[in-house]
Design a protein around this ligand. Structure first.
Ligand code: CTP
Length: 407
C-alpha cells in the first residue's frame, strides 16, 4: 500500500490485460479504479500490445508496463514484485487462452507468471466470441478456476466484434470496477438475514388500452436502495412500477403496472419480511372506469375523467407492521419538513425520507439527492449526495431500526 495525499492507503491493483479486442476497455476500468483511489500497475501480454499500445497504459498508470520477465525498471523479478505488491489482480479482458493457462498453471510470460505467483484475490472479466465462450474446454476451465476461489465478472450477451450475437461481450466497465472495489473492500454484511420489501418507480393508471396517468418518477432511488441492501446481504423483493432500469444483481424484482397491483404485491411480500421501504411514487388517483377500447375524441367524452383514490400502500403496510419496520418517502416542493412530519403521523410509519423535488440536485431523474430523515421526535438533514451514498445512508437507518438500535 502507498500513502495518498489524504493520508489514507491506496489499494494496489495489478491490471492484467490480455489480447482481445476489448483490451481498450481496460483503460476505462483503470481510470474508474484510479478515480476510486486505487494505485494501478499494468501487465500485458504481447498480443494485448497489438490492440492497445503500452504508452497509453504507461502514461495513465504512472508506472512502467510489465511485459517482459527479463526487463522491468522497478524490479529484477517483475512477476514476484507484482504478485507481492498487488491487493487484487484484475484480468481485463481475459481470453479463452489465458483462462486455459490459468486453469493449467502455465506461466509463459510476465502476466501469466504473475497470476501463478500472486496470493491475493484474482478477479477475471472474460471477453471472447460466443462459441469460444461456450466451448466445453472454456467452461471447464472457468469451473476449475471458480472452485479455486477465482472470481468472475460474467460477460454480457450482445453483438460481438466478430458480428456474432451472444454471450461473450465484456461486462460493462462500471460493473467490472464495482466488482474490483468490492473484492478489495468487501461490503459490510450488516443486513444479512434481513428480508426487505422495496417499492420503486411510478405506477401507470390505465384510462383505455393506449392512455394512462403516470408521473415523473424514474425508480432510480428505489433501485439504488435495493442494490445497496442486497450488497449488504439482505434478501430483497423489489416491487417495481414501469421503469427503464436493469434489475439489480441478487434482487427479486416483481414487476407491476398499477397502484392496485403494487399494493397487492407489496402487502403479499411484506407478510414474510422484516421491513418495507416505500420509495415508489404511487398514483393517488386512478380512473373510476377502464374503457376496453380506445376512446375516440369525437364520439367519447374525453374532457372529463372520473377518478377514484387508490389504496395507500404505505399506510396499509404500517397498519399491519406490528413490531416490524416501515419507511416512507415524502417528495415535496414546499414546506418539506412540515409535510414530512404530518405524513409520518398520518401514515403511521417509523421514518420518513424527505426530499425537496423542486431542487435540480434532488428532483426526479437526478443522480443525486438531498434528503432529510424525519423521525417522530427529530430530523436530520443530509448534504446533496450521489444516489448510491443516499441509498447507503437509508440502509444504515433501516438496519438500525430492524435491530432496535438508534443513530
Ligand atoms: N404511497 C403509497 N401508496 C399510495 C400513495 C403514496 O405507498 N397510494 C407512499 C409513497 O410510496 C411514499 C409516501 O406514501 O412513501 C408518500 O407519498 P406521497 O405521494 O409523497 O404522499 P401522498 O400520501 O400521496 O400525499 P400527497 O400527494 O398529498 O403529498
Amino acid at each position: 500500500m502507498i500513502e495518498t495525499t489524504t493520508g489514507t492507503t491506496a489499494p494496489h491493483v495489478v491490471l492484467a490485460v490480455t489480447g482481445g479486442i476489448a483490451a481498450y476497455k481496460a483503460v476505462e476500468v483503470m481510470r474508474l479504479l484510479q478515480h476510486a483511489g486505487c494505485d494501478v500497475r499494468v501487465t500485458m501480454t504481447a498480443d494485448a500490445e497489438r490492440f492497445v499500445g503500452t504508452p497509453t497504459f504507461e502514461a495513465l498508470s504512472g508506472h512502467p508496463i510489465a511485459d517482459d520477465l527479463y526487463s522491468y525498471p522497478d524490479s529484477a523479478i517483475p512477476h514476484i514484485f507484482l504478485a507481492d505488491w498487488a491487493d487484487l489482480v484484475l484480468v481485463v479482458p481475459a481470453t479463452a487462452n489465458v483462462l486455459a493457462k490459468m486453469a493449467a498453471g502455465i506461466g509463459d510470460d510476465c502476466l501469466t507468471t504473475t497470476l501463478i505467483a500472486t496470493h491475493c484475490p484474482v478477479l477475471v472479466a472474460a471477453a471472447m466470441n460466443v462459441h469460444m465462450w461456450r466451448n466445453p474446454a472454456t467452461q471447464a476451465n472457468i469451473e476449475k478456476l471458480l472452485s479455486r476461489g477465482v472470481r468472475f465478472v460474467k460477460p454480457q450477451s450482445g453483438l460481438l466484434a466478430c458480428g456474432d450475437i451472444g454471450e461473450g461481450k465484456l461486462a460493462e466497465v462500471e460493473e467490472i470496477a464495482a466488482a474490483a472495489l468490492d473484492a478489495l473492500n468487501p461490503a459490510q454484511r450488516d443486513m444479512a438475514g434481513m428480508r426487505l420489501v422495496i417499492t420503486a418507480g411510478p405506477t401507470h393508471e390505465a384510462i383505455d388500452p393506449v392512455r394512462y396517468i403516470a408521473n415523473a418518477s424514474t425508480g432510480k432511488m428505489g433501485y439504488a436502495i435495493a442494490r445497496e441492501a442486497a450488497r449488504r446481504g439482505a434478501a430483497v423483493t423489489l416491487v417495481s412500477g414501469p421503469v427503464g432500469l436493469e434489475a439489480p444483481r441478487d434482487v427479486d424484482v416483481v414487476p407491476v403496472v398499477s397502484a392496485a397491483e403494487m399494493h397487492d404485491a407489496a402487502l403479499g411480500a411484506f407478510a414474510n419480511a422484516d421491513a418495507a421501504i416505500c420509495a415508489a411514487a404511487v398514483a393517488d388517483y386512478t380512473p373510476a372506469a377502464f374503457a376496453t377500447r380506445k376512446l375516440k375524441k369525437g364520439a367519447d367524452d374525453l374532457g372529463t375523467l372520473n377518478l377514484v383514490q387508490t389504496a395507500d400502500i404505505l399506510a396499509d403496510l404500517s397498519r399491519t407492521k406490528g413490531g416490524r419496520v416501515v419507511v416512507g418517502f415524502a417528495a415535496e416542493t414546499d414546506d418539506l419538513l412540515e409535510n414530512a412530519h404530518s405524513k409520518l403521523a398520518r401514515k403511521g410509519c417509523d421514518l420518513i425520507v424527505a426530499n425537496d423535488v423542486s431542487r435540480p440536485d434532488s428532483t426526479f431523474g437526478a443522480d443525486t439527492s438531498r434528503i432529510a430523515f424525519v423521525w417522530p421526535d427529530r430530523t436530520e438533514q443530509l448534504d446533496t449526495l450521489p444516489l448510491d451514498r443516499v441509498a447507503a445512508a437509508i440502509c444504515d437507518q433501516v438496519a438500525l431500526l430492524v435491530t432496535g438500535g438508534r443513530a
